[in-house]
Design a binder for this molecule. Structure first.
Ligand code: F0G
Length: 355
C-alpha cells in the first residue's frame, strides 16, 4: 500500500464482484482496528483472548460503509440516478454519504422518532431526501422494496447482494490481522445482514485455504426485538438499542444457516444488560460504541455466566458496529450531570480533594 489504505474495494478487489470498469466510490472505509481487550476479557474466562473489531471509526462511523461502498459503486456502474433505503439510522447515513460522493440522489425512509440523533444529523447533512414514516423499520423496508420494484431507484438495503459482499471484508480483516480465524465471533443482529456477510467472508477465506478453521458465529438480539431467537416475527419490536429494533429480519434464513453451519448460537439480551455492557465498554475499556453494538459484549457475558468459556482456550472477536457519538442522547442520559464550580482555582482544588 504505497499510498496508504485504498478502501475495501481496491484492497480486496480479487474477492469482490468488481472489474476495472466499476467506479470506486470510496471514502477509504475499512482497515478498522482490532483492539485487544485489556480489562473485560478476564470476565469471560482465564483462557479467553478477546478482541473488539471497532467499526465505529469508519467514515460514517459504522460498519455500513463497507457494504455501501460496494452497493453505490455498482449502482453508479449501472447508471442509477437515485438510491433508496429503509434504515434505523446507520444504513441511511452511509447511503446518503456514498450517494453524495457519487453524485447520485438518495432517499431514506426512517421510523419516525426512533432514529438516534447523530444518525439523523448525518442523513440530513449529506443531503439525502429524508422521510420519517409513521411506522417501524419493517414498514419502511416494505415501502422501499415496493418502490424499487416499480420505479428506477436502486435499493441499497442489505437485500442488495453487493452490500453483503462489501461487509464480508470485515471478516477478511480479522483473519489478516490475527493470521487465523478466531474460535468465536460475536455480533449484534438486527436485519441479519452483517452476521450473514461475516460468515460468507470466513467461508471464502477457508475455501481458498487462507485460514484453516472457521469460527462459531454468536448472534445477539435485543430481548424486545428477537424474532430469530423466538422463531417468530416480532410484531411490536421495542428496545433502547434502536439500531436493532427490527421484528422481521430480511436475512433471517441466511443468518439461521450461518448459525447452524458454524455451530453457533443466537441469544437475546435485555435492555438493562445492553446498557450495562455499553457503560462497561466505554468506562472500563475506553471504547465508546452505540447501544446496539454493546449487545456483542452483553451476549458474551451471558454465555460466560452459563460456563460457556470455562476451561476453554480460545480467541473471541466481538464486533462493535457503530460509534457511541451516533446516539448522544443515550450517552448523556446514562451519565451523571457534570459538576459545577466557580471559575476559581481554590474552589476546584478543594472540590477535587487536593487542597
Ligand atoms: N449494529 C448497528 C449499529 C446497526 O446499525 C445495525 C443495523 C446492526 C448492528 C445490525 O446489523 O442489520 O446487519 O443485523 N442497522 C441497520 C440500519 C438495520 O438501518 O442502519 P444487521
Amino acid at each position: 500500500m504505497p499510498h496508504g489504505w485504498p478502501g475495501v474495494i481496491e484492497h480486496y478487489a480479487q474477492w469482490l464482484p468488481v472489474s476495472d470498469a466499476t467506479p470506486r466510490i470510496t471514502l477509504l472505509e475499512g482497515n478498522t482496528p482490532l483492539i485487544p481487550s485489556e480489562t473485560l476479557a478476564g470476565r469471560l474466562g482465564e483462557g479467553v483472548r478477546l478482541y473488539f473489531k471497532y467499526e465505529g471509526v469508519n467514515p460514517t462511523c459504522s460498519f455500513k460503509d463497507r457494504g455501501m461502498t460496494m452497493a453505490v459503486s455498482k449502482a453508479a456502474e449501472e447508471g442509477a440516478a437515485c438510491t433508496i433505503c429503509a434504515s434505523t439510522g446507520n444504513t441511511s447515513a452511509a447511503a446518503a454519504a456514498y450517494s453524495a460522493r457519487a453524485g447520485i440522489e438518495s432517499v431514506v425512509l426512517i421510523p419516525d422518532g426512533y432514529v438516534a440523533l447523530g444518525k439523523l444529523a448525518q442523513a440530513l447533512a449529506y443531503g439525502a431526501r429524508t422521510i420519517a414514516i409513521d411506522g417501524d423499520f419493517d414498514d419502511c423496508l416494505t415501502l422501499v422494496r415496493a418502490i424499487s420494484d416499480s420505479y428506477p431507484v436502486a435499493l441499497v438495503n442489505s437485500l442488495n447482494p453487493y452490500r453483503l459482499q462489501g461487509q464480508k471484508t470485515a471478516a477478511f480483516e480479522v483473519c489478516d490481522r490475527l493470521g487465523r480465524a478466531p474460535e468465536y465471533h460475536a455480533l449484534p443482529v438486527g436485519n441479519a445482514g452483517n452476521i450473514t456477510a461475516y460468515w460468507m467472508g470466513y467461508c471464502e477465506y477457508h475455501e481458498a485455504g487462507v485460514i484453516e478453521s472457521l469460527p462459531a458465529m454468536l448472534g445477539f438480539q435485543a430481548a424486545g426485538a428477537c424474532p430469530i431467537v423466538r422463531g417468530e416475527v416480532c410484531e411490536k419490536p421495542e428496545t433502547v438499542a434502536t439500531a436493532i429494533r427490527i421484528g422481521n429480519p430480511a436475512r433471517w434464513q441466511e443468518a439461521s444457516a450461518a448459525l447452524r453451519e458454524s455451530g453457533g448460537r443466537i441469544e437475546a439480551v435485555t435492555d438493562d444488560e445492553i446498557l450495562e455492557a455499553y457503560r462497561e465498554l466505554s468506562s472500563e475499556e475506553g471504547i465508546f460504541c452505540e447501544p446496539a453494538s454493546a449487545a456483542s459484549w452483553a451476549g458474551l457475558k451471558l454465555l460466560a455466566a452459563e460456563g460457556f468459556f470455562d476451561g476453554v482456550e480460545c480467541t473471541v472477536v466481538a464486533t462493535l458496529t457503530g460509534h457511541g457519538l451516533k446516539d448522544p442522547d443515550m450517552a448523556v442520559k446514562m451519565a451523571l450531570e457534570p459538576e459545577k464550580a466557580p471559575n476559581e482555582l481554590g474552589a476546584v482544588v478543594e472540590m477535587l480533594g487536593l487542597g
